[in-house]
Write a protein that binds this ligand. Structure first.
Ligand code: AMP
Length: 235
């Protein structure tokens, strides 16, 4: 399975990505995590990205595209991957299409976590309190000012990707305000047809650009009541 998780900061992408990793035996590729590692290691990319990330802006497309192109070539990604935090702009999505096309691969699904923006700030505050309680350092970009900037970047640059992938027929929209377990079930249901298709066709490369039909679909869990984000990499 090759999947993308779309959603604003605090939507729970990291938490859900971890569950998908276990369910499908694929790797989670988080560009945010990779960039934070580069910043920590003071690599040339890290030095370029550090201030941009601290401001809540997006790192230039060519940098993240190169990181992802390199990462999906690694042996642990052969069985599939879930992209968490990438693509974040239409040029990144187009670069990903080209990247997969030249490798004779295609996407099996794009899951969009729909969340109420008003509650995201509260979620980030909760996540910060939980991190402090665990004795973990806070992320440099998890403060109200930067979060507002990150949300704006999402609205302006990333949200258009929902239409981009709806046009390709691979978008599944899930209610991200539900409880973590309910969101996870909704995602599994949304991906069931893609999973069956993958099992039928095997895990090998697929025809690039295959339309999987259906446009935008919404899956919601009405029974869900709450959501708290308990993982350190839920973005
Ligand atoms: P995240 O952990 O996904 O919230 O990412 C943290 C920060 O890393 C973002 O606010 C951006 O500055 C940067 N970043 C992560 N992924 C990307 C991407 N695909 N394109 C541009 N910047 C990114």
């Amino acid at each position: 399975m090759r999947l993308i998780l779309l959603g604003p900061p605090g939507a729970g992408k990291g938490t859900q990505a971890q569950m998908l990793v276990e369910r499908y035996g694929i790797v989670q590729l988080s560009t945010g995590e990779m960039l934070r590692a580069a910043v920590k290691a003071r690599t040339p990319i890290g030095l370029k990205a550090k201030d941009i990330m601290a401001r809540g802006d997006l790192v230039p497309d060519d940098i993240v595209v190169a990181i992802v192109a390199d990462r999906i070539e690694q042996p642990d990604a052969t069985n599939g991957f879930i992209l968490d935090g990438f693509p974040r702009t239409v040029p990144q999505a187009e670069a990903l299409d080209r990247m997969l096309g030249t490798r004779n691969m295609s996407l099996d699904g794009v899951v969009e976590l729909k969340v109420d923006e008003g509650s995201l700030l509260r979620r980030i505050e909760n996540r910060n309190a939980e991190a402090v309680a665990r004795g973990e350092p806070l992320r440099a970009d998890d403060n109200p000012d930067t979060l507002r900037k990150r949300l704006e970047a999402y609205r302006v640059q990333t949200a258009p990707l929902a239409s981009y992938y709806a046009q390709q027929g691979v978008l599944k929209t899930v209610d991200g305000m539900a409880a973590i377990a309910a969101v996870s079930v909704a995602i599994a249901e949304a991906l069931e047809p893609a999973k069956r298709l993958t099992q039928r066709t095997g895990a090998g490369p697929k025809q690039p650009g295959v339309r999987r039909g259906g446009g935008r679909e919404t899956v919601s869990r009405e029974t869900a009541t709450s959501n708290s984000v308990g993982s350190k990499s839920h973005t």
